[in-house]
Design a protein around this ligand. Structure first.
Ligand SMILES: C=C1C[C@]23C[C@@]1(O)CC[C@H]2[C@@]12CC[C@H](O)[C@@](C)(C(=O)O1)[C@H]2[C@@H]3C(=O)O
Ligand SMILES: O=C(O)CCC(=O)C(=O)O
Ligand SMILES: [Fe+2]
Length: 321
C-alpha cells in the first residue's frame, strides 16, 4: 500500500476521519506531496515503513510498562528535576490536571544518563534503550523534515532538520500512561487524560498501544478520533513548524481521552531546536501574497511563554505580527 486518502464519515454523533497514511518507502516526490498536503489540511498524518526497528519500539514500550507497573512511592523517586521525571495527574506547572501518569525525559544523552539512576533498577539498560529509541525517532523526524522542505520548495534541504540534528537540540521524550477509568460509581465511558493543546515544538512523533484515545480538533469543539495503529507512527506539526512554514502547515489542537476498560500507553518524541535557535520562515515561504505572519523569536523565548501558560492556552498568537 502506498497511501490511503482520508475518508470523512459523518454520523449523527461525531465526525470520524482516517488520517492520511504515508508509506515512506514510496517514491520520494509522491511522499513529499502527500506530506505537504496532510500538514496543510490536518496537521497530522501517519507513517508506515518508517525504518524504526519493531524491537527498538518494543524495548522502549517494555521500559514504560515496567516503570508504570511499579508502586507509586517508587515512581515518585523519579522526580529529580521539574518539569522532567515522573508526574501523576498534574500536567506542567500551572495547575492543569488529567487522568494520566507520565515520564518526561530530556532526550539529550547526558540528561538520560542522569535520569536513569532515578528511574530504573538497571540504569545501563534504561540508558541504552532510551538512547536507541530517541536516535531512531530523531532520524525519522529528520527524514520527514527533509521531505517536507523538498515538498515546500525550500532550497536548503536541512532548513528544518538541521535544528533537530544539532547536538544542543532541546528534544523531549514523553511516556504517557492512561489507566482505565471505569469505576463502580462512575459509568461514563471516558475522561480527559491529557487536555486540549497544541505541541510547542517542531514535530511530534507518537506511537501508542492498540487502545484508542487520541483526538484532533480541526474545528472548535469538534473532536475527531484517531484510530490506534501500533505499526505506524502518528506525526504532527508543532507550533514552531507552523511558524517556520509561515502558517502553511497547521499545528492542530489535540487531546487524549481515557478508555473505560483498557489501559493506554503512548510515547511521544517532541523534536525541538536548540534554545538559541531563531524560529523564522525561510525566505521562500514569505512572498507578497503570503507576507510574514510572525515576528522573529528564539526557541528559548517561545518555550518560556509556553511554560508560563496553561495547557490549552494559545501561545502562537502572542508571536503574531
Ligand atoms: C501546561 C503545560 C504542560 C506543557 C508545558 C505547559 O506549560 C504548556 C505546554 C505543555 C506541553 C504540551 C506538549 C508536550 O507534552 C510538553 C512536554 C511540551 O513541551 O509542552 C507539555 C508540557 C509539559 O508537560 O511540561
Ligand atoms: O497520548 C497521546 O496520544 C497524546 C499525548 C500528547 O498529546 C502529548 O503528550 O503532548
Ligand atoms: Fe500533544
Amino acid at each position: 500500500m502506498v497511501v490511503a486518502t482520508p475518508r470523512p464519515i459523518r454520523n449523527e454523533k461525531s465526525l470520524s476521519i482516517d488520517l492520511p497514511m504515508v508509506d515512506l518507502s514510496a517514491e520520494r516526490s509522491v511522499v513529499s506531496q502527500l506530506i505537504v498536503k496532510a500538514c496543510e489540511e490536518f496537521g497530522f498524518f501517519k507513517v508506515i515503513n518508517h525504518g524504526v526497528p519493531p524491537e527498538t519500539i518494543a524495548k522502549m514500550e517494555e521500559i514504560g510498562h515496567s516503570f508504570f507497573a511499579k508502586p507509586v512511592a517508587q515512581k515518585k523517586q523519579a522526580t529529580p528535576a521539574s518539569p522532567f521525571g515522573y508526574g501523576c495527574k498534574n500536567i506542567g506547572l500551572n495547575g492543569d490536571m488529567g487522568e494520566v501518569e507520565y515520564l518526561l525525559l530530556n532526550a539529550s544523552p547526558p540528561s538520560i544518563s542522569q535520569m536513569s539512576l532515578h528511574i530504573s533498577n538497571d540504569p545501563s539498560h534504561f540508558r541504552c534503550t532510551v538512547r536507541q529509541y530517541t536516535e531512531e525517532v530523531r532520524r525519522l523526524a529528520c527524514e520527514i523534515l527533509e521531505v517536507m522542505a523538498e515538498g515546500l520548495g525550500v532550497p536548503d534541504a536541512w532548513a528544518f532538520s538541521g535544528m533537530i540534528r544539532d547536538v544542543d537540540s532541546d528534544c523531549v521524550l514523553r511516556l504517557n500512561h492512561y489507566p482505565p477509568t471505569l469505576s463502580d460509581r462512575d459509568t461514563s465511558n471516558s475522561k480527559v487524560g491529557f487536555g486540549e493543546h497544541s505541541d510547542p515544538q517542531i514535530l511530534t512523533i507518537l506511537t501508542s498501544n492498540d487502545v484508542g484515545g487520541l483526538q484532533i480538533s480541526l474545528q472548535d469543539g469538534v473532536w475527531i478520533p484517531v484510530s490506534p495503529d501500533p505499526s505506524a507512527f502518528c506525526v504532527n506539526v508543532g507550533d514552531a513548524l507552523q511558524v517556520m512554514t509561515n502558517g502553511r502547515f497547521k499545528s492542530v489542537r489535540h487531546r487524549a481521552m481515557t478508555n473505560s476498560q483498557r489501559s493506554r500507553m503512548s510515547m511521544a518524541y517532541f523534536a525541538a531546536p536548540p534554545l538559541n535557535a531563531w524560529i523564522v520562515a525561510p525566505p521562500v515561504m514569505v512572498t507578497p501574497d503570503t507576507p510574514s505572519l510572525y515576528r522573529a523569536f528564539t526557541w528559548a523565548e517561545y518555550k518560556k511563554a509556553a511554560y508560563s501558560l496553561r495547557l490549552g492556552d494559545s501561545r502562537i498568537d502572542l508571536f503574531s505580527k
